[in-house]
Design a protein around this ligand. Structure first.
Ligand SMILES: [Zn+2]
Length: 247
């Protein structure tokens, strides 16, 4: 059973509830919908949790959302022992919005960090409390105080964050857009989604399929919790919510 699910979170990241129809249940017990607001784990951002609301008022808790054979296959994994909806059934969808919003704020913060630290990215992981970005750099020469201050300047400037689609040819003509050292945007898709920050992308633009806040001000207060040495040519920056703790 393969059917492309309409991914509403791409254009409407703030949509926390909607309705959809169950397309089917796969052989691993994953629920496929015709459309969804559940982001599937990808690009360092964890998938959404939440529930499906059935016509009889009962709920099917969704413990995780993952991609299938292709990144366009979105699979909703119910918690153990949940009652399964049937193909053709109309269901309400609700994501755990508090969690998702924190992930959107953190994910956007990771983009801001990549503006301040313009080094090749070797890995990233977005989390509700503590996100990390790994850079291929022997020594940034910066302290967490300096990086925190620069991050908060970008947050307080309240820059707009928006997406735009470009062709593979445009991307090929602008290789500097890709900051990830190991992960290349999918080739053959025809078009690439760019996440842009600032008027006319003045602050940043890079390929990304995740969910972000609409303005950098929404990121709120964040700080660099740690800059760790991970090998001779790798530095791991940890971003946390709240003010920098007093030393
Ligand atoms: Zn992103």
């Amino acid at each position: 059973m393969q059917m492309r699910t309409e991914a509403l979170f791409r254009e409407q990241p703030y949509l926390s509830t909607t309705e959809a129809t169950v397309v089917g249940v796969n052989d691993r017990g994953g629920i496929i919908l015709d459309r969804t607001i559940f982001y599937a784990t990808s690009g360092g951002q964890p998938g959404d949790t939440g529930h499906l609301l059935r016509a009889d008022g009962s709920r099917t808790a969704i413990a995780a959302t993952v991609t299938g054979e292709s990144k366009d296959d979105i699979i909703h994994l119910p918690a153990a022992g949940e009652a399964m909806p049937q193909a053709g059934e109309a269901v309400g969808l609700a994501i755990d919005w508090e969690r998702r919003y924190r992930l959107m704020r953190m994910h956007t913060a990771c983009h801001l960090l990549s503006v301040i630290c313009p080094f090749p990215i070797t890995g990233a992981s977005v989390d509700e409390q503590d996100s990390r970005v790994d850079f291929d750099v022997p020594d940034s020469g910066w302290t967490k105080e300096e990086v925190t201050r620069k991050l908060m300047e970008l947050v307080q400037a309240d820059h707009p964050v928006f997406t735009r689609w470009i062709s593979e040819e445009e991307l090929a003509a602008n290789p500097a857009l890709v900051k990830s050292k190991n992960v290349r945007p999918p080739a053959g898709a025809g078009r690439i989604r760019l996440v842009c920050i600032g008027e006319n992308s003045s602050v940043d633009s890079q390929p990304c399929g995740g969910t972000h806040v609409a303005r950098t001000g929404e990121v709120g207060e964040i700080h660099i919790g740690k800059i760790e040495k991970k090998g001779r040519e790798n530095r791991r920056f940890r971003i946390r919510f709240g003010p920098l703790p007093a030393a």
